[in-house]
Design a protein around this ligand. Structure first.
Ligand SMILES: Nc1nc2c(ncn2[C@@H]2O[C@H](COP(=O)(O)OP(=O)(O)OP(=O)(O)O)[C@@H](O)[C@H]2O)c(=O)[nH]1
Ligand SMILES: [Mg+2]
Length: 436
């Protein structure tokens, strides 16, 4: 989501890049463009208006710093305003913590219970998922299967018709089982109605949860702001969890929710899998929206999935600029574990605008085939490939055009040069070390 917003904002910021100072007249066009982009992304008009007013006041009030260009300075102002718009995201209350998940039908509550449980488990909690959805017959099974998959404690009573007793029984049983994070999955509704609100209120009284999270489908339009406000008025929410950030919805309503309710965004889901979930960081989100990319979360995601030892080995080889085709192959295989090229590119600065699609995926596959057609000696000593008969043999073996083999060799040379440029990789390594 938000690609449209990113594109428009980047465009409007670019317009300022040649200017020598920020003045009311030269920022006017950019401000208008920003307001239009926000509205087009479905951000609430009041939020958009306040946002632009704030950026304007900041821009005109700031003395121009000599070391940066006015365009850069303006970008920073917009970035700061975005970070402020999202606000701080408090950490979870200490153990034992009781979390009530609420939201509309299909928002992603049940899926998010498992995602949150997985994350908390990694943070040292013993989470239990407790089913409190009696309306959809398969709901309890769905939660049980997800809990099982993530190795989480689970409680559900298929026969029980009373949601309060089920919640209470679940709490007692899971306390006895040693849980210290209790996640209650509730039923959704198509529309917000009195019975739903009533049920949530009763659950809240019974369980006294420290956290009530509103699970919000970021693909929903302005309506979600209204729903969030209604829930918040009935049972004070302690957080918003945005789901489906991977969808191509405009998503602006999600941005308005915090501004309109002051309920902080706490976590975000960006895919169907349990690991597609992370705490919400305002600065990273702002970076992503401004097309600055999200290198930090890429590194985190990579560290979650990559083979740590192999990564260290590769880094050490890069440092000595010893990188060969064996290493390149290993790197490609590691990359495949993170996900498609497209999903990686979205996280890299400036790459989100590039449409990394099937063509690039195919190229990666070809590269892999080419390396696999080399013999071990060639992989270890790329210089051998200067002999053209070897290259022809490899092209044939991989079933690709000779052109592609040459292109890969060139790519290899470029990478090697790059590594030397980075002081034999040590700068790169120290950069990576910062994220550990
Ligand atoms: N792409 C994507 N799909 C998601 C995400 N979160 C949830 N889903 C999908 O959305 C659908 C609905 O999710 P559920 O977790 O069943 O939603 P729910 O709020 O529990 O729905 P009810 O129990 O019927 O109220 C499922 O197909 C999920 O896989 C996400 O972050 N990204
Ligand atoms: Mg559900």
């Amino acid at each position: 989501m938000l690609e449209g917003l990113t594109q428009r904002l980047t465009e409007s910021l670019r317009k300022l890049s040649g200017k020598s100072s920020l003045s009311e007249s030269n920022i006017a066009e950019s401000l208008e463009e920003i307001q239009r982009s926000l509205l087009a992304a479905d951000v609430h008009f009041r939020v958009a208006k306040d946002f632009v007013a704030k950026v304007k006041a900041e821009a005109l009030g700031q003395a121009v710093t000599q070391s940066v260009s006015p365009g850069q300075q303006f970008t920073k102002i917009v970035y700061d305003a975005l970070v402020a718009l999202f606000g701080d995201s408090p950490t979870l209350k200490s153990k034992p913590v009781h979390i009530l998940m609420v939201g509309l039908h299909g928002a992603g509550k049940t899926t998010t219970c498992a995602k949150l449980g997985r994350l908390l488990k990694k943070q040292g909690y013993r989470p239990a998922l407790i089913a409190c959805d009696l309306y959809r017959p398969a709901a309890i099974d769905q939660l049980r299967i997800l809990a099982h998959k993530e190795g989480l404690l689970f409680y559900g009573e298929p026969q029980n018709k009373d949601v309060l007793s089920m919640a209470q029984n679940g709490l007692t049983a899971m306390q006895a089982a040693g849980a210290d994070a209790f996640i209650f999955d509730t039923a959704g509704r198509l529309h917000i109605d009195a019975p739903l609100i009533n049920e949530i209120k009763q659950l809240r009284e019974r369980l006294a949860p420290e956290e009530i999270f509103f699970v919000a489908d970021s693909a929903l339009g302005q309506e979600s702001v209204h729903i969030c406000q209604t829930f918040h008025a009935a049972t004070p929410l302690t957080g918003i969890i945005l789901t489906k950030l991977d969808s191509d919805a405009r998503g602006g309503a999600a941005l308005s929710m915090k501004a309109m309710t002051q309920v902080p965004i706490r976590y975000m889901g960006h895919g169907e899998k349990a690991e597609d979930f992370s705490p919400f960081f305002a600065d990273r989100m702002a970076q992503r929206i401004l097309g600055m990319g999200d290198v930090v979360s890429l590194v985190e995601k990579a560290q979650d999935l990559l083979d740590q030892k192999e990564t260290e080995r590769l880094a050490a080889r890069m440092e000595k600029a010893e990188f060969d085709f064996e290493d390149m192959l290993s790197q490609m295989q590691q990359m495949k574990r993170i996900g498609s090229l497209g999903s990686i590119a979205k996280l890299l600065p400036g790459m989100s605008a590039l449409n990394v699609g099937e063509k690039e995926e195919l190229k990666l596959k070809h590269s892999e085939a080419i390396i696999k057609s080399m013999n071990p000696k060639e992989r270890r000593q790329p210089r051998l490939l200067e002999v053209s008969s070897r290259r022809s043999r490899i092209a044939k073996g991989a079933g690709v055009h000779l052109r592609e083999v040459n292109a890969l060799l060139k790519q290899y040379e470029t990478m090697k040069k790059f590594m030397k440029l980075f002081g034999g990789g040590s700068k790169l390594k120290s950069l990576m070390g910062k994220f550990k």
